[in-house]
Design a protein around this ligand. Structure first.
Ligand code: FCB
Length: 459
């Protein structure tokens, strides 16, 4: 970690300044304000229009999700996307990051494309553009076609070709209108939690994890080449979850270093610097072929950062990775769902990734999870989320002031949605979803963000 920066008006204490709005004067004039979502978390319509099943449909069917929730309906965005685009227009965002569901346009992951699925994204992209919002398309936000998982998924080196072919189809169909592309969202998230921690989804060995890491990196490089070749004026990156890995006690130092290697660096290091972190190099070696590192390190236009909080790490001698997450020191501020609130860690991470990877940084996810409920008047007054966003955007400004080349900030998320293992119980949206009626209720944070964006644009 870098030493604490010259923080300017931000003192790192958790409050950006006395007011409800953070200072943003250090941000560029062409700074982009946006919101992010992902296909599986909002679309619903999982069996409609010829969509094939994804691995997450199967986890849901198996009852692995809290409250046995499924994403069968989710936010019904597949049918209500126009309402959601109108919400974004009202919010005033300049950009919308969404993902394409691979099994919606290639139900079996490869082979015959599904025209009905492609047409859905045509309509969505056209509506986003008509609203004056720039679409940022992420190719992969974890909804792997089940047919490909049946063939070994990311542990199969053929996955590199499957992904490149899928990228080519997306580029050919949407590249006339979409220029911003992300290859993967949080590759460390789905590989580590899928294969690394020995949890309910770990179907195989630690070696499978290293295979998957390497193949996802190769798939990133292959897709970046395809997009670059097929889409004129494209702007390409990958999205990484990156945060300080803090030892819970002094003896947990080595475990924290292992966490940093796997969670933070296993993807951006080879993708941007051309080498795996030393701690995992030997484990990847058996899966490496001549020329692979050059295939992975392809030119990128930006670094996508997802950041919520630091993680505290403990040694775990029984786990295959030697580290575990979850415990936290007593008396640190937490969000309602128990994630540490530490805006100074965000500032430090921004400075760190901007320097280490030497690319413009876009924050493509940041936000607060809670258990929001409408009050007696039907309003959702999420002052805790406003305070979180205010302090984190204050930290962003502090990072810019200290020299980080940060060019955009996207709130996770536009809508409450299917929050993976936590199902619908955990809410991250600027708009509340009343799931029984599918009514969208903009929260107080929605109005707050709208005012901030307006001020930023007039500033
Ligand atoms: C990130 C995911 C996103 C969402 C947020 C809360 O790790 O990319 O889909 O679940 O966490």
């Amino acid at each position: 970690m870098l030493p604490p920066s010259q923080a300017g008006e931000f003192d790192g204490s958790g409050r950006a300044n006395g007011s409800d709005y953070p200072a943003i004067a250090a941000l560029r004039r062409d700074f982009i304000w946006g919101v992010s979502t992902s296909s599986f978390q909002i679309e619903g319509a999982v069996r409609e229009g010829g969509r094939g099943p994804s691995v997450w449909d199967i986890y849901c069917q198996q009852g692995q999700i809290a409250n046995r929730d499924t994403a069968d309906v989710a936010c019904d965005h597949y049918h209500r996307y126009l309402e959601d685009v109108a919400l974004m227009q009202r919010l005033g965002v300049q950009a919308y990051r969404f993902s394409v569901a691979w099994p919606r346009i290639l139900p079996l992951g490869r082979g015959q494309p599904n025209e009905v699925g492609l047409e859905f994204y045509d309509r969505l992209i056209d509506a986003v553009l008509a609203a004056g919002i720039e679409p940022w398309l992420c190719l992969y936000h974890w909804d792997l076609p089940q047919a490909l998982d049946d063939l070994g998924g990311w542990t199969n080196r053929d996955s590199v070709g499957w992904f490149a072919d899928y990228a080519a189809m997306v580029a050919a169909r949407f590249g006339d209108r979409v220029k911003r592309f992300a290859t993967f969202n949080e590759p460390s998230g789905f590989t580590l939690f899928g294969l690394g921690f020995g949890g309910k989804r770990a179907t195989s060995s630690v070696d499978a994890l290293h295979q998957a890491i390497h193949h996802v990196n190769l798939a990133h490089g292959a897709a970046a080449d395809v997009l670059r070749a097929q889409v004129p004026d494209s702007s390409i990156g990958a999205i990484h979850n990156y945060q300080p890995c803090l030892p819970l006690t002094p003896v947990d130092g080595p475990a924290a270093e292992r966490c940093d290697a796997y969670w933070n660096k296993a993807f951006p290091d080879p993708q941007c610097l051309g080498a795996y972190p030393a701690l995992i190099q030997a484990a990847i070696e058996p899966h490496m072929q001549a020329g692979d590192l050059a295939r992975i390190r392809r030119p990128a236009d930006w670094f996508g950062l997802n950041h919520y909080s630091p993680v505290y790490v403990t040694a775990d001698m029984n786990g295959v990775l030697g580290f575990a997450l979850g415990d936290k020191p007593a008396n640190i501020p937490l969000t309602p769902i128990g994630w540490p609130i530490m805006p100074s860690a965000f500032r430090d991470t921004l400075l760190h990734v901007a320097e280490r990877y030497a690319l413009p940084v876009y924050v493509l996810e940041n936000g607060m999870g809670g258990y929001d409920k409408p009050d007696a008047n039907g309003a959702v007054i999420d002052t805790d989320r406003i305070a979180y966003l205010r302090d984190y955007i204050g930290a962003l400004n502090a990072a810019a002031l200290a020299g980080a080349d940060v060019r955009g900030y996207f709130v996770w998320s536009l809508l409450d949605n299917f929050e993976w293992d936590a199902g619908y119980g955990v809410r991250f949206g600027l708009a509340y979803i009343d799931y029984p009626t599918q009514q969208r209720i903009p929260k107080a944070s929605f109005e707050w963000y709208r005012t901030l964006i307006k001020a930023a644009q007039n500033g």
